[in-house]
Design a protein around this ligand. Structure first.
Ligand SMILES: C[S@@+](CC[C@H](N)C(=O)[O-])C[C@H]1O[C@@H](n2cnc3c(N)ncnc32)[C@H](O)[C@@H]1O
Length: 313
């Protein structure tokens, strides 16, 4: 059951996962809005490479990842916009908002600002949206459905499974187009590769990278984003920050959560990834079983990046 919508408050209380669409509500969706594969639900948009599931399990995982990111960064954003948001009257856009964990939390924290979420799929439950949040179903690759220069702050995060390099260029141009002069843009992405990785981590990573590359997805976009932003010559300043995130139980709750998320993804794509690395499905299952011991031994970590910039013109 969905809980009643909470009134926006000024307190920066982390949002719980009650805004997630429950399976009860999901059943109203038309089947052609989604496609189903091996028991998982995916979007059904032809012009999109985005390949992660978007069912209840995936959205819960996404919410946990949101909490992990807030904890490791100790904030929901890095751009110098806190005063502007506190003052109010600010328009914020979140592209690829998913189930809305970031946008709902931000909207509750800054009730005098207006937040717009855009996503390929309607995953942000209407009933759970604070009054200062609106949602538009759209594909950024068709161009954002907004006039130029209308948002003060534009945010896009965790889109590594979504775009080719050319599509990233287009998407970043769209983010810039809809940002006001003097407004800010912020991106956050993970480098999917692990540092201090062991042999199983390396194989699994290779399987995932091969599959993503076959889909035309730019897996090392974190190496390119800053250039891509600076080459538009629309910013006075571009800042890059990075943070190391532990991977595995050795890294406490955060590390355990990161490993859980990865295992879930590696299970979802078992057939694709096992084929890519040339192992039988049973052997792949055994690898996943042994993986948690390996990560405790090697103590790997991954790196998350944030880039923010202020638009000049
Ligand atoms: C991994 S989820 C991240 C959700 C959210 N940004 C977060 O960090 O919690 C990626 C989201 O981007 C959306 N997405 C992928 N490609 C998109 C596109 N071309 N246009 C709009 N949304 C897109 C997906 O539907 C999905 O909800």
């Amino acid at each position: 059951m969905l809980k009643p919508r909470q009134t926006p408050s000024a307190t920066p209380t982390p949002v719980s996962d009650t805004h997630l669409i429950s399976s009860e509500i999901m059943t109203y969706n038309h089947t052609d809005e989604f496609r189903y594969f091996e028991g998982r639900r995916f979007h059904n948009v032809t012009k999109s490479r985005y390949c992660l599931p978007n069912d209840e399990t995936a959205l819960k995982q996404e919410h946990k990842f949101h909490e992990t990111l807030r904890t490791v960064w100790q904030s929901n954003f890095s751009a110098p916009i806190a005063n502007m948001l506190k003052k109010g009257g600010v328009r914020v856009l979140d592209v690829g908002c998913g189930a809305g964990s970031w946008i709902v939390e931000m909207a509750q924290q800054y009730p005098n600002c207006h937040f717009t979420g855009v996503d390929l799929s309607q995953l942000l439950a209407r009933e759970a949206r604070p009054e200062n949040v609106s949602f538009i179903e759209a594909n950024i690759l068709d161009g954002l459905p907004f006039a130029a220069k209308i948002f003060d702050y534009v945010h896009m995060r965790n889109m590594i499974y979504s775009f080719s390099e050319e599509e990233w260029k287009f998407a970043v141009k769209e983010l810039i187009r809809v940002t006001k002069s003097g407004g800010f843009i912020e991106l956050m992405e993970l480098d999917l590769s692990l540092h201090n990785d062991g042999p199983i981590s390396r194989l699994l990573h290779n399987g995932r990278s091969s599959d993503l590359q076959l889909r035309g997805i730019a897996v090392k976009i974190h190496d390119v984003i800053q250039n891509l932003m600076e080459s538009t010559q629309q910013f006075s300043l571009t800042e890059k920050q990075q943070i190391t995130i532990p991977f595995g139980k050795w890294g406490g709750e955060i590390g355990a959560q990161m490993a859980d998320g990865a295992i879930c993804c590696f299970r979802t794509f078992k057939m694709k990834y096992s084929e890519a690395i040339g192992v039988e499905p049973q052997e792949y299952d055994n690898m996943l079983e042994s993986w948690s011991d390996e990560v405790d031994e090697y103590q790997p970590c991954c790196i998350a990046y944030r880039w923010w910039a202020q638009k000049v013109y």
